[in-house]
Every structure is written in C-alpha cells, then in structure tokens.
Write a protein that binds this ligand. Structure first.
Ligand code: SF4
Length: 214
C-alpha cells in the first residue's frame, strides 16, 4: 500500500468508526465498577486476565471493601488472597496496597484526574490511566491494548507495536470525542471478528477499508 496521507487516513477512519458504531451500538467498558477507585483497581487486576474473571473477583471484593479506606484496612497478604485467581497476585496486591496508601495520604482518598498524576500511581501505566480518565471522568483517553495494537496495524493506520506511538498516531486521526469509545469498539471487533491469528475477513464489516483483508 502506498504511503497514505494523514488526511486520507482521517477520512478512512471516519468510515471505519461509522461501521463500528453501527455494529456495536452498546460498546462500553466491560469491567464492572461503581466509582473511579473501583475502576482503577479493576483495571490493575485486568492485566493478563480476562475482564470476566476480574468481574467475578471484584463482585465480592467491592461488596465488602467498596472504598479506598475499606480496602486499605486489609494487609497486602489479605488483598492477595482476594485477588489470587486474577494471576500475578503478588505484584497486583503490592500495587493495590501501595495505591490505597498513596491515595489516602496524598489525595485524601480521591482519584486524581490528570495523566501525569495517575501515571505516577502504583500499577498504573498509560493504558490504565486512560481507561480511568475516559470511563470514570469522561476525559477522552486513547487506550492501547492488544486488540487496538493488532487491529490498527492490520488496518494500516499505524505501523508499530509501541503503545505510546500508537496512542499519538491515533490521536491525530480519531476525533477527540471518540477516543474512549474507539478502544471499546476495537476490543469488541477483536473479540467478535478480527480475532488474533484467525481473523474472519469474509465476515468483516471493515473489509472494504482494510488493506490486510484476506
Ligand atoms: S478485514 Fe480481516 S484483517 Fe481487516 S479488520 Fe477485518 S478481520 Fe481484521
């Protein structure tokens, strides 16, 4: 495919977004939460784990420990027991315990609303910070996960697996108000059709805009 201008990418992206919005009208974050804090914890737990499994774990956890203050009453070991089945429970429990302590001591139990502040919190990379900004605070955030990385490369909107570069490239061609939704749409499409290693191109609503269609 010859080098595509930024303008053409923007136009192609508009068609892709229309198709995706039409196909997945209820696309949204699949983690369950009732507050920014719960979303932050759930997103930390979702690393290397399915959202379905995380929702099972957080269902009981948030029922008994819904706030940062309640969860902070537990030791790291106790948190580890609660989240054991999400995998990497040692690292995750360490991050969550430290997170609770910092949120209470530095932010009075609130979740900060800027990328710089969020990014400094334990267990909180750019992806997690963007999930929280976009879904809990309605501040558009471009979440780059494995589905977004794979599909935007297949669609030739980007040519890199570097998450920060992908974020920057997509921010140029996806309308600002759609940043948060865009990731949800691609995650839905990655689960339903553009599945890793076995994309169903013959059934794909994006086929006419995809240079990688088979
Ligand atoms: S046409 Fe194929 S490779 Fe392209 S987005 Fe659709 S399923 Fe993925």
């Amino acid at each position: 495919m010859p080098l595509e201008s930024l303008n053409n990418k923007k136009i192609r992206m508009r068609y892709v977004l229309d198709k995706l919005k039409n196909e997945y009208p209820n696309s949204k974050c699949s983690l369950n939460y009732n507050s920014p804090f719960q979303l932050l914890v759930a997103t930390i737990l979702s690393a290397q784990c399915t959202d379905e499994r995380v929702n099972k774990v957080t269902f009981n956890m948030f029922k008994n420990y819904p706030t940062v203050f309640k969860l902070n009453e537990l030791s790291q070991k106790e948190i580890g027991k609660l989240i054991y089945s999400t995998g990497f429970y040692n690292n995750k429990s360490k991050s969550i315990k430290k997170l609770c302590e910092i949120l209470i001591s530095k932010y009075n139990g609130e979740i900060p609303k800027t990328m710089d502040e969020l990014h400094e919190l334990p267990g909180t990379g750019r992806k997690t910070a963007n999930v929280v900004l976009g879904n809990a605070f309605n501040i558009p955030g471009m979440v780059v996960d494995t589905h977004v990385t794979r599909i935007t490369n297949l669609l030739k909107f980007v040519k890199t697996i570097n998450a920060v570069k992908i974020e920057r490239e997509l921010e140029k061609i996806v309308p600002h108000e759609d940043w948060t939704l865009f990731s949800h749409l691609l995650i839905d499409h990655g689960r339903a059709t553009c599945i890793a290693n076995r994309p169903k191109c013959q059934d794909c609503i994006l086929a006419e805009y995809c240079p990688s269609k088979k």
